[in-house]
Ligand binder design. Sequence first.
Ligand code: PRP
Length: 178
Amino acid sequence: MDIVDRILISEDEIQKRVRELAEEISKDYAGKEVLLLCILKGGLMFLADLAKHITVPVTMDFIGISSYGNATTSSGVVRIVKDLEDSIEGKHVLIVEDIIDSGLTLSYLINSLSIRNPASIKICTLLDKQVNREVDITVDYVGFTVPNEFLVGYGLDFQEYYRNIPYIFILNPKYYTD
Ligand code: PRP
């Protein structure tokens, strides 16, 4: 595909790392149940694959958030466009994200989830663009630390497309201008 500058993480690499993370999570939550909380839309592919390999009892819920900032820069002020279906009170919540960039979205989200009295909140992200972090947040599980490139695929979109591509690629720069 012309849209691909180069493949950063292959399908095999993703699947291998997802299994490792699921194993780690299963050990850490042994004897407990975990509520996987998917941040739409990017976290969808990751959650689906991760959940298949977790061996403790799993429930799932989904939250949709929309940033008030412009399309390329996160403002950190987010609006909940689709709220959770069930209460998280007393539950062990594991937030599942595709990518953490500035960290502002998660920082805001954790604050608003904390007041709902969960037993615990942890974060699992497939990709960590650590170099762009603006706020200090504790990330419990990281798939890959990635460079500051425009990444697409496996949940990450370019103009809402390509979320279904099973690998992660760097977007050909000719498709964007900033
Ligand atoms: C992405 C990603 C995180 C957020 C990270 O979502 O899934 O939620 O940006 O950025 P931050 O750490 O700088 O706050 P996006 O707004 O692109 O929505 P999407 O998942 O629906 O594509």
